[in-house]
Write a protein that binds this ligand. Sequence first.
Ligand code: PLP
Length: 436
Amino acid sequence: MKYLGSMKEVDGVLEIGGVLVTQLQNEYGTPLYIYDLELMERKIKALKDGFISDKFKTTVVYASKAYLSKAMVQVVDRMGLHIDAVSAGELHTILSEKINPKKVHMHGNNKSLEEIEICVEKGIGSIILDNRFEAKRVAKVCRKFGKKMDVMLRLNIGIDAHTHEYIKTAKHTSKFGESIFDKDIVEIVREIVEEDELNFLGFHCHIGSQIFDELAFYEGIDSMVKFTKEVSKKLNITIPEINIGGGFGVRYTEGDTDVDLKYLMQKIIDCLEKTLESEKVKVEKISIEPGRSIVGQAGSTLYTVGGKKETFGGEKYIFIDGGMTDNIRPALYNAKYESIVANRLLNNEKKEIVSIAGKCCESGDVIIKNTKLGECSEGDLILVSCTGAYGHSMSSNYNKALKSAVVFVKSGKSCLVSKRETYEDLLKNDLSLEDM
Ligand SMILES: Cc1ncc(COP(=O)(O)O)c(C=O)c1O
C-alpha cells in the first residue's frame, strides 16, 4: 500500500496525522473513517493555486457529495472554496454552518419544490438547472418569494469519458442536463433567458468522475466554449460564466497514475485561455467542481479483523468488522483499493493472497478481492487507503449496521467529527404498529 499524505510507520504501527492507528482504535473503535486534514488542505491549495487566470475570475466549488459533514463545510469555507449540494439534506448540512449562502450552489436532475424553495428563500449563489421544466419551476418559486435567482444550465456535451459506466455523466444517454445536440437547445436557453425571475449566468457540464484522460477535459472545454459562442450569437446575449465540473482522477492502486493537481489545473487553464482566445469568446468567470480529488486520498478506513476462513473452493478470506455498509464502491463499481495490516508492519511480509470481506449478508460484500496481505489474525487492524470520497457519504444501514464514526487527524491531534451511530439512532424513526 502506498503511504499517502502524513502516513508513516512508527515502531511497526501506522501513524496518520501524527496519531497511531492503535490509539485511534482505542479511542473511537472500528470501523473508523480517518481523514488526514493536512492532506485535504494540500489538495485544496493545489487546486486553488493551479486554477488561476489573469483572463477571467476562477472559483473552485467543492462537490460535497464526495464527503460531507459540518467539519468538512468548515474546512472548505476557511480554505475559501464554494460548495455545492444536490439535495435538501446536503443543503441543510451546509447551511447549518455559518457560511455565506452566496457560496452555495444547487445541483440535481429532479429538484423538488421544497429544495427549490430552500434555495430561493436562503438566497444561495446559484441553481444549476438540469432541464427546461426545472427553469419554469424555479421561476414560479421566485415569484412566490418575490426574489430573483442566478441560474446556470447543465449541458450534456456528449463526451464518453474513459471511466466506469456508472460514473460517466455526459454520454448521449445520460440522465443529466440538456444535450447540446438537441434541436431545441437554443430555444431552451431562450426560455430561461426570458424568465424575468431568472438571471442566466451561463453553462455547466460535468463529464464524469475518476477521469485520467486529460483529452476528455480539453474536448469538453472546446465544446463548452464553442457552444457558448454559438448561443450568445444566436440569442444576442453575453454569457458571463462557464462551469466545467469536476472528475479529476485519483490514484487508488498501483495501476492508476498519480495526478499532480496543480499542474493539471495549470494545463486546464492554459487550454481554457487558448480556446477562449481562438474562438474570440469572453467570459467573466470559470468554475470547477472537484470532489474526489480533494477528499479521496485523505480518507482511509480502519477495521478490526474478526477471523479468517479458507473455503473448500480455495478462497482465503479475512473478515473485518465493516464492509459494504461503509464502502459500497467495490460492490457498485468494482472499485479497487490497497490495504495493510496497520498494527503489524515490522517484518510482516505480504505473502498471502486473501480477500478482505465484510460482515453483510451479501456475497458481493468484499472490500478487496485477492490482495497480498501480511500475516494477521483476530484483533489486528486493517487499513484500507483512499476511501475518502464516496465512501462514508454512500454508507448505509443495511443489515442494520451502525454508520461509522469519522475522525480528522492533524499534527498529533484527532478530532471526532461524526459520532458512531447507536442502536437508538437505528430505531429513532421506527414506530410500532398500534391497533392494526
Ligand atoms: C455535477 C457534478 N459536479 C462535480 C462532481 C464531482 O466529481 P468528482 O468527485 O469526480 O470530482 C460530480 C460527481 O458526480 C457531479 O455530479
